[in-house]
Design a protein around this ligand. Structure first.
Ligand code: KIV
Length: 266
């Protein structure tokens, strides 16, 4: 099955069809999410929190992002793969941005990259787009700026912050971004941004009026129990299921009932 491209994703907005995006960090989850019909897989730097156990996305490295992107590419067939540029892989220079985005595409097998921020990343976005690399923007609660924000807080509240966010969104679109993640902002502001743009907005904690939605797979499947932001909906309770299954396994090992004949060789 041919993979979806950024052109397909752009066309969804014109047709008024919503886009479903889910994060994935390994081949097994990538396969399941791809088979379930999500149009985009995000190899998010949220891997630092839900897989690596850090309390922010900041420690994630380029080598780790390439490694996870490769796994997701091997596990999926149809969904467009977007890989995050991690903290400090693009902030110091536009040359860094182009080189590191190139690695996610050439070594990782992603079809697009995502980076966080507005005005300060515009020249990097232009350089990557010029190099033939599709770029997704990310505004609102951008987790790589958690220290500047003083925590994971709702962004874009108040007239000035809202105006700036709309302006940044338009500038990212002008710079060539093919889509925009908007995270943890008031739903009314997300609608304003969505109406103002011709490129699709993908919301997370940004209400119903975005052109698509994204969730972290560990949150959506009820695997990550550390904390649950208000915008997360758990569609399964896999943490509970995993604990229960492991308990039964431990009991059977101790009782000497596993492995049975069925699971033994002679
Ligand atoms: O890293 C990530 O998972 C993300 C999403 C929350 C949008 O950037």
């Amino acid at each position: 099955m041919p993979r979806l491209t950024v052109r397909h994703i752009a066309a969804f907005k014109g047709k008024g069809e919503r886009v479903a995006m889910v994060t994935a960090y390994d081949a097994t989850f990538a396969r399941l999410i791809d088979e379930a019909g999500a149009e985009m897989l995000l190899v998010g730097d949220s891997v630092g929190m839900v897989v690596q156990g850090h309390d922010s996305t900041l420690p994630v490295t380029m080598d780790q992002m390439v490694y996870h992107t490769q796994a997701v590419a091997r596990g999926s067939e149809r969904a467009l793969i977007v890989a995050d540029l991690p903290f400090m892989s693009y902030q110091a220079s536009d040359d860094d941005a182009v080189r590191n985005a190139g690695r996610l595409i050439a070594e990782g097998g992603a079809q697009a990259v995502k980076l966080e921020g507005g005005g300060r990343v515009l020249s990097a976005v232009r350089r990557m787009v010029d190099a033939g690399i599709p770029v997704m923007g990310h505004l609102g609660l951008t987790p790589q700026s958690v220290n500047a924000f003083g925590g994971f807080k709702v962004q874009g509240r108040g007239d000035e912050a809202a105006e700036k966010l709309v302006e940044d969104a338009l500038r990212l679109q002008d710079a060539g971004a093919f889509a925009l993640v908007i995270e943890t902002i008031p739903a009314e502001l997300a609608k304003r941004v969505t109406d103002a743009l011709t490129i699709p907005t993908i919301g997370i904690g940004a209400g119903i009026d975005c052109d698509g939605q994204v969730l972290v797979c560990y949150d959506m499947l009820g695997l990550f129990e550390g904390f649950m932001p208000k915008f997360v909906k758990r569609y399964a309770s896999l943490a509970e299921a995993a604990r229960e299954a492991t308990k039964r396994y431990v009991e059977e090992v101790k009782a000497g009932t596993f492995p049975s004949e069925e699971h033994s060789f002679h």
